[in-house]
Ligand binder design. Structure first.
Ligand code: PEP
Length: 253
């Protein structure tokens, strides 16, 4: 097994209200000692990060954000939230470049890199999302697209980051890539990171994301090079998310 500590992160997207934070304590109860061997992270929407961080104090669960401003300093940017503010509010991680941000907000690799840089400057660990569309995969361009996204979205400044491979066509549906397809892209991501960071790239965790569920988690975690998962829908309910976490081979039972 890899020396990298697995990370299983829940992206609550624009779901999950204050009352749903109770799922965090329910999750902690369900996973028990597994949280010692696996980093378990919940990323609620920004208004609930502070309350989630309060809840997290009595659980081993980590808290993150779903996005941050590319502007590092306090600035006139109405509606934006800086990485420093997220850190002050209790986040330790931040997702950047999720395909929904790339799709609905036109985020480019360059912007994603700036967000990741701002996150690192504030002491947050960015989870940089990459992944090909169905059309790109069908055209045989999946590896080239993902390698270019990694090259252009991942900052040069340090390797304290996470990369999430999330094929756009697998998000929010019921299809996931085959194990060999996941392994192929993960090895491309690792190679691209190694070219940039040398031996330090060994510490970077690469997650798989896209329709991970309790039913397919064992298969996903069996893929070589997968250091954990980024989970959308199935992270909202403690029972489902615990089913995924406990399927990881590192989970202590
Ligand atoms: C996601 O949006 O990051 C994601 C993986 O969603 P889902 O698990 O619902 O496909």
């Amino acid at each position: 097994m890899s020396a990298r500590k697995p990370l299983i992160a829940g992206n609550w997207k624009m779901f999950g209200r204050r009352a749903d934070l109770a799922e965090m304590t329910a999750l902690a109860e369900r996973i028990g000692p597994a949280s010692a061997a696996i980093d378990v992270l919940i990323c609620p929407t920004a208004p609930y990060i502070a309350a989630a961080a309060q809840t997290a104090r009595i659980t081993p669960i980590l808290v993150g954000a779903q996005d941050c401003s590319p502007v590092a300093d306090d600035a006139a940017r109405t509606g934006e939230v800086s990485a420093a503010m997220l850190a002050e509010t209790g986040a330790g991680y931040v997702i950047v470049g999720h395909s929904e941000r790339r799709q609905f907000h036109g985020e480019s690799n360059e912007l994603v890199r700036k967000k990741a840089e701002a996150a690192m400057a504030a002491g947050l660990i960015p989870i940089v999302c990459v992944g090909e569309t169905r059309a790109e995969r069908d055209a045989g361009r999946a590896t080239a697209v993902v390698a270019a996204q990694v090259a252009e979205s991942v900052p040069d400044k340090g390797s304290n980051l996470v990369v999430a491979y999330e094929p756009v066509w697998a998000i929010g549906g019921d299809r996931i890539p085959t194990v060999p397809e996941i392994e192929e892209i993960h090895s491309v991501v690792r190679r691209t990171l190694a070219e940039r960071f040398g031996a330090a790239a060994d510490g970077i965790r690469i997650l798989y994301g896209g329709s991970v569920s309790p039913k397919n988690a064992t298969e996903v975690f069996s893929a070589a090079g997968v250091d954990g998962a980024l989970v959308g829908r199935a992270s909202l309910k403690a029972a489902d998310f615990a089913g995924i976490i406990l399927a990881h081979p590192a989970a202590v039972r």
